[in-house]
Design a protein around this ligand. Structure first.
Ligand code: BGC
Length: 247
């Protein structure tokens, strides 16, 4: 079975039909740049271009980088235009896609669902936390494989700051931090999250998961196992399609 997955990110909107049995893209993904400001209207137009490129006419799952409830209601928008807050995203996207059935999920929750089924978290019980390091920090918390949605652990307070402002990969770029310096911040962040949840496993996702050999070895003193995500850039697309399949 196939469902179309779309990942709405800070820099790009990318999507492809997903083969749900294999947990992988069924066709090459297509990407358009995220408009700035990333308003509902502009983003919906980008989504339309991606879906139309593939000529898709079935159900669509989309990620969103904020709190999403009921597969539709946007509650926060830390790194996109604030006019998203209280948007009925299902209605917006469905209308723009000519009435196709649509489900919307938090981006990190989507990536986590994909990793738990087809990647680094496969078969793992107990408490597992996936963290995505990108423009912000996203989180997905699983207990015995079941997702606790919208955990937003990127916004815990760390030394008086919103954690993602210190430890996201955007913070690394903006402040031109070395891998070692940034890893030190990530270590403090992981220690804080570990104190709260005592997970068995941390899965490190987002763009940096491709470069884990540059920083994971600097991280010490964390009891949980720490592994890089395996699906990397496609985890959001795959997870969004998986959530839509269950809607
Ligand atoms: C948002 C989360 C999102 C994360 C990664 C955070 O700023 O609050 O909802 O998952 O960024 O995009």
């Amino acid at each position: 079975m196939q469902i179309f997955g779309v990942d709405i990110g800070g820099s790009g909107i990318k999507g492809a039909p997903v083969d749900l049995d294999r947990g992988d893209l069924a066709q090459e993904r297509f990407k358009v740049l995220t408009p700035h400001p990333a308003t509902p209207d502009g983003v919906a137009d980008g989504v339309r271009q991606v879906v139309e490129h593939h000529g898709w006419t079935g159900p669509v799952g989309l990620t969103f980088p904020g709190v999403v409830t009921d597969g539709s209601h946007i509650r926060t928008a830390a790194n996109v235009d604030k006019s998203w807050i209280d948007t009925d995203a299902r209605a917006l996207f469905s209308e723009r896609l000519g009435g196709l059935p649509v489900t919307v999920v938090n981006d990190a929750d989507a990536a986590g669902v994909a990793e738990m089924n087809f990647g680094a978290g496969r078969g793992r019980r107990g408490t597992v936390i996936l963290l995505t390091f990108g423009t912000g920090i996203g989180s997905a918390l699983f207990v015995d494989g079941v997702l606790v949605p919208n955990t937003e652990l990127g916004h815990v307070e760390l030394h008086g700051h919103d954690a993602e402002k210190r430890a996201s990969s955007k913070a690394k770029e903006d402040e031109d931090l070395t891998w070692e310096h940034w890893a030190h911040r990530v270590q403090k962040y992981l220690a804080h999250v570990e104190m709260l949840f005592s997970p068995e496993l941390f899965i490190v996702g987002g763009g940096v998961s491709r470069k884990s050999e540059k920083f994971l070895h600097y991280i010490e003193g964390i009891q949980a196992e720490i592994v890089p995500a395996q699906l990397q850039n496609n985890a959001g697309i795959v997870g969004a399609a998986m959530r839509a399949a269950k809607a």
